[in-house]
Design a protein around this ligand. Sequence first.
Ligand SMILES: NC(=O)c1ccc[n+]([C@@H]2O[C@H](COP(=O)([O-])OP(=O)(O)OC[C@H]3O[C@@H](n4cnc5c(N)ncnc54)[C@H](OP(=O)(O)O)[C@@H]3O)[C@@H](O)[C@H]2O)c1
Length: 234
Amino acid sequence: MDASRPAPALSSAVVHGATGYVGRHLVRGLLAEGATVLAVGRSAARLEALRESAGDDGTRLVPVVADVSADDGARHVAQQIADHGVVQAGFAAIGGWWEGSRLVDLDTQTWSSLLTSHLTAHFLAARATVPHLDPVGSAYVTLNGIATLQPEAGSGPVSVTGAGQSMLLDVLRAEDDRPAVRFHELCVVNPVVDDGDAADAPEAVVEISDVVSAALTLARSGEARTRRHELGRL
Ligand SMILES: NC(=O)c1ccc[n+]([C@@H]2O[C@H](COP(=O)([O-])OP(=O)(O)OC[C@H]3O[C@@H](n4cnc5c(N)ncnc54)[C@H](OP(=O)(O)O)[C@@H]3O)[C@@H](O)[C@H]2O)c1
C-alpha cells in the first residue's frame, strides 16, 4: 500500500452483528463514506430502525435478516452476498460481553449457548462471507476484546471463544491463496463508550468513533502482515 496516497473509500461491505452496539456504528460509518452495506442481523425491525436512522444514506443499506449462528441463516447470507457480487470488506462484530459463573461452576447449557453465539457464529459468518471478498483487494475484519489477550475470571467463555476467534482468523488467512485478500483482528482492550463520554469515565475507555475509524482503516489499507491491531490501553 502506498502510504503517500489516501486509500480509496470502500464501495461495498458486509457487516455481521449489524444491530449490535459496535456493528450499527460500523454500518453508519460505512454508509457515510458512500458504501453499499449488506447489514446482517436477526431482527428485521432493528435493521429497519438502523436504515431509518441513517437518513438518505439508508438507501444503500441492504438488510439481511438471518441468524448466522445456524446453517440455514448462514446459507441465506451467502446467497444474498452472491446476489450482490464481490464485496471489498467484511466485518464481524458478533458476540458481546458476558459475566457469570466461574468455569468450574458453569452449566453446560450456558457454555454451549456462548460457544454458539461467540464462536460458531464467527465461523459461519466467515464461511458465508470470505469466498465473496474481492480477489483484487479486500479485507475481513473481526472485532475482539480484552478477554482474548488475558484470562478474565468470571468471563471464561468469552476468553475461550475470543482465543478461538483469533485462531479462526489465523486459519482463514493460512488457507486463503488470494494474496490481495487480507485478514485483520481489531482487538479493543477497553470498554467502548459513546463519543464525548470518555472524559467522565472512571476507567480507561475507547470512544465508538475511534473503533469505527480503526476498523475502516484496517479494511481500506491495513498491512497484510497486521494480524491483530490493539486499540486502547492495557
Ligand atoms: N462494547 C464494548 O465495550 C466492546 C469492547 C471491546 C470489544 N468489543 C467487541 O465488539 C464486538 C461487538 O460487541 P458489542 O458491544 O457490539 O456487542 P452487542 O451490542 O452485544 O452486539 C452483539 C452482536 O452479536 C450478535 N449476536 C449475538 N449472539 C448471536 C447469535 N447467536 N447469532 C448471531 N448473532 C449473534 C447480536 O446480534 P443481534 O443484534 O441480531 O441480536 C449483536 O449484533 C465483540 O467482538 C466485542 O468483543 C466490544
